[in-house]
Design a protein around this ligand. Structure first.
Ligand code: AVI
Length: 323
């Protein structure tokens, strides 16, 4: 059965749609059942994520902004003048303004994002507010191999990957991704990386199980998205949000648990669930120094500087290619 092409993410074409359908079915027909975390971010998911960032329990965004606010001058000094700033997953383009304001004569800014609409808006707004910076948006899935647009010659490439999105990769994938970033920025480039720190399990639990149920809605929205875009027939009331910290792997795991034995159709295929069986929708690794050194080292980076917030919950790290 062919499923109509009517999605937001798959507007890139039939090839991209097929790849996502394949990923989804591979994940749901495998054991354990999984879904790729990047599916969270359709328009509704992006809206819910913005709400998450403002939650009392979700300290990550506030802690990172506190660090950037306080130490952006030091970051700019380490980066040096006339950098070409490259942001992986630019989203709403808010945090980058702190850097653009502090850097000395930034030469260019390359926001990279999969959402065409958001990317064009951010590029338009920044061109107005930073008329001397060459804005070169790149619409692509930044987790894949990519080619950067032409940049002013001699400009040091400064990659920016905030938000602890690195935590959503398993460590080997994180190292492989950072290795691609290192190759993209060249031997004299640098990377400013946001990383959530390992901490008290209660604080972590609360951050992913907020009392208003926004994280639960964010998690469940992925099923609504499959209903809309892959002709699935998930009944959302038959699934429950589950998130817990696993100290052995140092990660939060998010799952959707089936409240009963049930059968669901997805893109013409039948997916069966036992009662209590889950779909693993996201991992969010929490870093200590050993993990950061291991992942950065495997990617060919040295950790030159680390800044933390008052509550010591989050790190912003300045990484340079290992010598
Ligand atoms: C985007 N990413 C860093 C978030 C995180 O904390 O892992 C996504 C998220 N999942 C649940 N709440 C927020």
């Amino acid at each position: 059965m062919t499923t109509p092409l009517r999605s937001t993410l798959y507007h890139a074409g039939r090839g991209a749609y097929r790849a996502v359908r394949e990923d989804v079915l591979h994940g749901l027909l495998g054991s354990p059942k999984t879904l790729p975390a990047k599916l969270f971010y359709d328009a509704e998911g992006a809206r819910l994520f913005e709400q998450i960032c403002a939650l009392d329990e979700y300290y990550l965004t506030r802690s990172e902004l506190e660090i950037l606010d306080r130490y952006v001058g030091e970051i700019a000094e380490l980066a040096g003048p006339r950098c070409a700033l490259v942001e992986y997953g630019s989203g709403a383009g808010i945090k980058v303004r702190l850097l653009l304001d502090a850097l000395v004569q930034p030469a260019a800014y390359v926001p990279i994002d999969i959402s065409h609409e958001q990317l064009s808006r951010v590029a338009r707004e920044l061109s107005v507010d930073y008329p001397h910076v060459a804005i070169r948006p790149l619409c692509t899935d930044y987790t894949r191999r990519l080619r950067l647009p032409a940049l002013p010659s001699g400009a040091r490439r400064l990659a920016f990957f905030p938000g602890s999105t690195i935590g959503n990769f398993h460590p080997a994938e994180a190292a492989a991704f950072l290795g691609r970033v290192r190759r993209a920025i060249g031997t004299d480039g640098a990377l400013v990386l946001g990383v959530d720190r390992r901490k008290d399990a209660g604080v972590l639990h609360a951050a992913y199980n907020d009392r208003n149920g926004v994280t639960a809605a964010f998690n469940l929205n992925v099923l609504a998205r499959l209903n809309r875009e892959l002709d699935a027939d998930f009944d959302l009331s038959r699934f429950r949000h589950v998130a817990f910290f696993d100290p052995a792997t140092s990660r939060i795991e998010m799952h959707l648990e089936s409240a009963m034995a049930q059968v669901v159709r997805v893109a013409g295929e039948v997916v069966t669930f036992e009662r209590g069986e889950t779909i693993w929708t996201e991992s969010s690794y929490k870093y200590d120094m050993a993990l950061l050194d291991r992942v950065a080292g495997a990617a060919g980076f040295d950790v030159d500087r680390l800044w933390s917030d008052e509550g010591e919950r989050f790190w912003v790290a300045f990484l340079t290619p290992a010598r």
